[in-house]
Design a protein around this ligand. Sequence first.
Ligand code: G6P
Ligand code: MG
Length: 483
Amino acid sequence: MTLRRTKIVATLGPASNSPEMLEQLILAGIDVARLNFSHGSPEDHKARAQLVRDLAAKHGRHVALLGDLQGPKIRIAKFEGKRIELKEGDLFRLSSSHSRTAGNQEVVGIDYPALIQDCNVGDELLLDDGRVVMQVELKGAEELHCRVTIGGPLSDNKGINRRGGGLTAPALTEKDMADIKLAAEMDLDYLAVSFPRDAADMQLARRLRDEAGSTAWLVAKIERAEAVADDETLDGLIRASDAVMVARGDLGVEVGDAELVGIQKKIIAHARRLNKAVITATQMMESMIHSPMPTRAEVSDVANAALDYTDAVMLSAESAAGEYPLEAVQAMARVCLGAEKHPTSQKSTHRIGRTFERCDESVALATMYTANHFPGVKAIISLTESGYSPLIMSRIRSSIPIYAFTPHREAQARVALFRGVYTVPFDPASLPANKVSQAAVDELLKLGVVEPGDWVILTKGDSYHGTGGTNTMKILHVGDPMV
Ligand code: G6P
Ligand code: MG
């Protein structure tokens, strides 16, 4: 059996809430369940999270939970008649003083008064993910007067972006701060921060996370033009995070579709180089909201991200609100497996000619070099406290599975996001030191992953507790006596 290495993040929502559907999605192989804090009550999220944990445990699977903070998405208010139709050349006003419930053909309210200050004559504003575009012609104290350049329907609460980015809204709103506490209560494994501008936004999120008592790893959603404006900002943001998401919806609107693909490749490469996990998100299987089959373009998009060596690909509305959530997960799984057969997914020239920063990093990378060059190696066992050692290993392209052996629930769930990493619950401290290697290999024999005559690489540290201590790599011959 070939294991899929590229992980699948599936957003939960009305289409995937029932225990029956959720169970099917877990059996179809979702690795991370995403709870979108933009919708639903705390009680909804708690119930959903519990269901995911119960069903995953029932099937012996490790599914991580990711909470996605709403962030400062700037939106128009509501219309009297729910929607209007704008035509190219129309004049339209965005107003901070107009009634929030009574937009019309000429004007609509906005919740965010700073938009007026942030914008200037000549700016291009993109509404509803760029489906409607207008240019600022005049700026009043409380209103932007705009000329529609691309017309279309506009309905209640659609988002607003500025081409080129640069809106000043801080990344964490009051609601986000409350949701960070909720994430702590729910013991979530990952927490995604929307619209961070730079490292400082992530540092604030980290402080609030710590104060709330959460251990969730922080995911920076890269979705503002200024976050990718130069390498220094991007790398600073990545370093301040535990993982990143290429959030292509807002990012694509701000940077334009011509730039998006190159930027996706750059974010994935930079994240991996800086030892962080990376998720590629938004509209990957969009047509499957209404169709049981992906388009060829979607197949190519998912495969392309897998070939770029993303850790995970993500489903949004496809699994949350679509008509074919199960088919979407199955299609993603199939396409990833196909892409992983390509030689560029299996061979690595990564970090040749580079120096390493840490002892555990050196051992992890030596492990991958050996695994990729010694044909008898069938699996890697990484004894890990936090998941850090397997994370570094999985930055390297390979076809050899990496098994994170850990007694901790948090680490077991966390590694579900890492490409090519699988979990085996295991506590080396409960065994005499000279029995650990044999006991670990026995677990893989039980799983049918290895057989006598295969080689296995095992990494560990001198003590069986504490993160960062990996200093040993052993090459073990399955079937021979081990100490
Ligand atoms: C486990 C092992 C230790 C190892 C550590 C590495 O605790 O028993 O021998 O040093 O994991 O953990 P890390 O979080 O750095 O991957
Ligand atoms: Mg977004």
